[in-house]
Design a binder for this molecule. Sequence first.
Ligand code: PLP
Length: 498
Amino acid sequence: MDSSQFRAAAHSAIDQIIGYYDTIEDRRVLSGVEPGYLKNLLPDGPPVDGEVWAEIQKDIESKIIPGITHWQSPNFLAFFPANSSYPGILGELYSAAFTSANFNWLCSPAATELETIVLDWLCKLLNLPECYLSTSPNGGGGVIQGSASEAIVTVVVTARDRYLKMLSAGAKTAEEKEEIIDAHRHKLVALFSDQAHSSTQKGCQIAGVKHRSIKVPGSPTSNYSLTGPLLRQKLEELNEQGLEPFYLTLTLGTTSTCAVDNFAEIIEVLKAYPQIWVHVDAAYAGAALICEEFQHLTAGFENFDSFDMNMHKWLLTNFDCSCLYVKERKNLFDALSITPAYLRNPFTSSGRVTDYRDWQIPLGRRFRALKIWFVMRTYGVFGLQHHVRNIISIGEHFASLIKSRPDLFTIIVPPAFALTVFVVNTVNGGGAEERNKLTKTVYESINEEGKIFITSGVVDDIYMIRVIGASSKTRKEHLERAFGIIVEMAEKVRGEKE
Ligand code: PLP
């Protein structure tokens, strides 16, 4: 493809993409294909002679789109969102155009420097304490990772090494150091509430450390949050078992119910455990921190070691864009930095530049800061705040609709960050098992119908339906339509309507 062919192809692709977005609402949100559908539509191998773009592009509509679940559709009310926006797409386009691996400052100074700048902007916007800024005297800073899970593996490994380094600091020889580390390694244990995302467990598996979850109770008035007393009890238990807690994930917006752990109580308890690395996983709900009314939630965050939120979930920045902040970047370097001869250069040696390879697991990295820059400049702070507040108000409207039908639905936890979690009531006050079965049938029938896409969850043996509409195209009317679909299906399954 030469440059004139690229120009024509790119124009045509952009037109198709705009057309896709303009009609996305009319498409069945959940792909209806059967597993293996694509194998039947494509040849056994690549073409021997190259094809023209027009031929390739035709297959997007006929072969690929049928297998797409439309995450950007306003009828996508599942999981957490993965926001896309035109400035975000432009960021991806330029990143692809420059295609550089960016592991060292020298690999593309703009990629590194823009990342530091926009992550400092975001740090202030989220009301994180100054200790997470790249300019902080303690040596903090932010780095873009691919996902919240990747951020967690990175900090679990870093926390493990910081802890072992602390224990072995007094060793006089390398052998003695190794002996101390060997004597403790098998006792290390990471902690998280049973509502924390599974990525912490995965991170611990990868890091080869023990992990324990702390069971947290819920009630109609309080969400499933980790509290100080529950944490203290678990720490005491571990102590009796001779285990050594070194890491804790706290969550701001759990996946099932958007619970926020009780940070103030936990900070008090942790005063007696300064060796524990505390990471705040705010993958989805962290976006709300850009609005003043949520900023009280970051009080005391200077007591924690790291924080992560995904701009790619709710802040209009295309996947992937997970923003990890650490209070002391030196800990990351201690755990992750290795400099073979082929990575040496005068700028790195001068200590005047940032090499983001030392802040992450992979070596190469994409130019992801561009899309943050484009998004922030296009929407401005007010535009981003408007998006978050609009989604929250639409979510509250949906929750009020669910509450208006107490005959059909019960809300299980207070709606939070635009997420509503509810169950379907049985007709004649049947037990928990019957209610679970009914809720599951309603949930599965709605997704089978495919007019909207929702997800479910199980917390405390309660089968729940989760609804969250947070794409850039979501409006009140979409949630009202969704409510109508859910009511109709609940009545049908309960035998009240044909
Ligand atoms: N943490 C929380 C609270 C989440 O809800 C999720 C996913 O939704 C994750 C972590 C994992 O996110 P990622 O897909 O970026 O790894």
